[in-house]
Design a protein around this ligand. Structure first.
Ligand SMILES: Cc1cc2nc3c(=O)[nH]c(=O)nc-3n(C[C@H](O)[C@H](O)[C@H](O)COP(=O)(O)OP(=O)(O)OC[C@H]3O[C@@H](n4cnc5c(N)ncnc54)[C@H](O)[C@@H]3O)c2cc1C
Length: 446
């Protein structure tokens, strides 16, 4: 995606604007008003003065909300500010169940103001646009904030180019007409509306290659889509095109669920090398074939949030354009005042909410220890994921796993994995209780 302006241009413009303002020339009677963008870099964000070392957390997702709460918990003297561009939190985890009307929207929707009030930090509804690491100054569209520590958790972005979609117009058409449903609330609402009003034919879903967000969710979504169509009595096929050679997680369970519940609805194709998508003709081209569809939710491969690239933190030589961080302490290499976690991390952990939550608790402790001149031993994040396969009654499977560092391979691998691929209503109930517990942890005190 092309940027409207480059960060250096903004800073330059901002400096020039600041200088003009300082010399009193900017708003002279005869001169035109200085564009707001030129004044932006010298504008302080409308926040209370810091009452201690200020830690700014970027991104109010699963990682950022947890960081903000536990930074305050582990080091109460920190003055913590959580920034998110959205005013309301809507959970991605469990959203497939909401699409299939197994839980209400209220279950997924929470207030940032409650989270901030209950946990003693500030919430700032703003968009981060620039960073001056030398001055430890973060810029938003509402002004700058100086920090002592910066903790970044901006999540992921889609990488449509890896589906062969390079033209911004085509990408826009896909984002709007066939959204993936793996980042924002509007995407989720659109997909739910599509599934609940589909009149029949082929509904296309895709599974990306690489380390994409929530390994199990595309397979769960196929089950939920099929269940919705059956319940509505629609003659429809769910075409699930997987860029991978096999189901990525809970393999036996998902394959058995497709066969047991939806043999006449789900068509599952593996090792599909998607080369292009034509949103107008509604055709997806692969290495060997073309598939026509009537409607779709197309999930492209993902990369770390483009914000990291914009702030010149991303290593563009990595396949998913992540930042180079210390894999155990999470700080940017060479900067122990800038930390990064959640799905934007460079470690190959599962991109999931529970992983982000457990990891962010640990990172909060690392930052608190740094401020106190201590170090703490490394702790593995914990991945926990429940997947619905059947509705009315809801039945689900689950996985819990940790990670260990393999010194020879110099990477992380799954450790102590506990997978239950025999679905049941009991696991489904445990999944809902897990979600409730997570929201309580992120939004309430205690
Ligand atoms: C359909 C679906 C089902 C899932 N199911 C599960 C599940 O069962 N279990 C599980 O554990 N996980 C699940 N996940 C995965 C989970 O949602 C993610 O792993 C988790 O949200 C990652 O947290 P994060 O904080 O890293 O990123 P996010 O939650 O995406 O948060 C990033 C935040 O950064 C903000 N941001 C980005 N850029 C800026 C900017 N410039 N300025 C200000 N704010 C910014 C965004 O607004 C966003 O709120 C699922 C995901 C989906 C989509």
């Amino acid at each position: 995606m092309k940027q409207g302006f480059k960060r250096r241009d903004l800073l330059k413009a901002g400096c020039a604007g600041g200088l003009l303002l300082a010399t009193g020339l900017a708003r002279g009677a005869d001169s035109p008003a200085t564009p707001f963008i030129n004044q932006l870099s010298s504008l302080r964000a409308p926040l209370p003065k810091a009452r201690g070392a200020r830690v700014v957390v970027v991104g109010g997702g699963w990682a950022g909300l947890t960081l903000a709460k536990y930074l305050k918990r582990f080091h109460p003297a920190f003055d913590v500010v959580l920034i998110d561009r959205h005013a309301v939190f809507v959970s991605c985890p469990l959203s497939n169940l909401w699409m299939a009307q197994q839980i209400p929207l209220e279950f997924l929707t929470h207030s940032y103001l409650d989270a901030a009030r209950n946990n003693g930090y500030l919430f700032f509804n703003a968009t981060v646009i620039d960073l001056d690491r030398t001055r430890r100054r973060l810029h938003t569209e509402q002004g700058y904030i100086d920090y002592d520590y910066l903790a970044m958790a901006p999540g992921i972005d889609y990488d449509y180019a890896r589906l062969g979609v390079e033209d911004p117009g085509d990408e826009y058409a896909l984002r709007t007409h066939y959204p993936a449903g793996f980042t924002g609330a509007s995407e989720l609402l659109t997909i739910k509306n599509k599934l609940q009003s589909f009149r029949g034919g082929t509904f296309l879903l895709t599974v990306p290659a690489g380390n994409y967000r929530c390994m199990a969710a595309p397979y769960e979504r196929a089950c939920m889509a099929a269940a919705i169509f059956r319940k509505r009595g629609v003659r429809a096929k769910v075409l699930l095109l997987d860029m991978n050679p096999d189901v990525r997680i809970k393999r036996d369970g998902f394959l058995r669920a497709f066969k047991t519940f939806y043999p006449d609805i789900i068509q599952y194709e593996t090792s599909v090398g998607i080369t292009s998508v034509d949103p107008t003709r509604r055709v997806i081209a692969t290495d060997f074939d073309e598939y026509a569809f009537d409607d779709a939710a197309i999930y492209p491969p993902v990369r770390a949030s483009r914000l990291l690239e914009r702030l010149e933190l991303a290593d563009l030589n990595t396949p998913q354009k992540e930042a180079r961080i210390d894999p155990f302490k999470y700080h940017l290499i060479g900067d122990e005042h800038l930390y990064l976690c959640g799905d934007a991390r460079s470690q190959p952990f599962s991109k999931s909410g529970n992983t982000a939550n457990s990891e962010a608790r640990y990172v909060a402790e690392v930052i608190a220890a740094h401020a106190e001149g201590r170090e703490i031993p490394w702790r593995s994040p914990q991945t926990m994921c429940f997947s619905g396969v059947h509705i009315d009654p809801l039945e689900a499977m689950s996985i819990i796993a940790f990670y260990r560092y393999d010194k020879q391979q110099k990477t992380f691998a799954f450790d102590r994995t506990h997978m239950v691929e025999q679905w049941s209503t009991r696991i489904a109930q445990a999944g809902l209780a897990w979600g409730e517990g997570m929201y309580r942890d992120m939004f309430y005190s205690g």
